[in-house]
Design a protein around this ligand. Structure first.
Ligand code: ADP
Ligand code: MG
Length: 133
């Protein structure tokens, strides 16, 4: 068993898609082992996306991530990180494979409905960011 972090982004909470997304994850045999609903501050969003410092889209991304509720959750399954990246699909929904979450509900390259950790190392860091006691 391994763990990864998924965040439901503001474009999806705004459309009341929390239950739909959780249902898709559970059908794909993920267990939700931690979950919360919150509004990110600008400082929190900047810290979370610090890896993108210097990229042209960072300011807009931080602004978007603070526009509404987000739902970070820890998901558990075998091969959780890589399998979730596959289920989530490409960053830009127009490039995402049919059947992926971003293909189905992503609006555009920024408002793409969900975040998923990209490595076991980053999953551990991102889980600690939201959940470590
Ligand atoms: P992913 O979420 O697929 O791992 P990245 O780590 O490259 O993608 O980017 C983080 C987030 O930044 C994306 O999910 C998306 O919301 C936003 N983003 C990435 N690239 C762009 C871009 N070119 N224009 C606007 N927003 C972007
Ligand atoms: Mg990423």
């Amino acid at each position: 068993m391994s763990r990864t972090l998924l965040i439901i982004k503001p474009d999806a909470t705004e459309r009341d898609m929390v239950g739909h997304i959780v249902s898709r994850l559970e059908k794909a045999r993920y267990s939700v082992v931690e979950m919360r609903m919150m509004n990110l501050t600008t400082e929190q969003a900047r810290e979370f996306y610090a890896v993108h410092e210097g990229k042209p889209f960072l300011d807009d991304l931080v602004a978007f991530m603070t526009t509404g509720r987000v739902v970070p959750m820890v998901l558990e399954k075998e091969n959780a990180v890589l399998d979730l990246r596959t289920l989530v699909g490409a960053t830009n929904p127009v490039n995402a494979d049919c059947g992926t979450i971003r293909y189905e509900i992503g609006r555009n390259i920024e408002k793409n409905s969900v975040h998923a950790s990209d490595s076991d190392e980053n999953a551990a860091k991102e889980i600690a960011f939201f959940f470590d006691k």
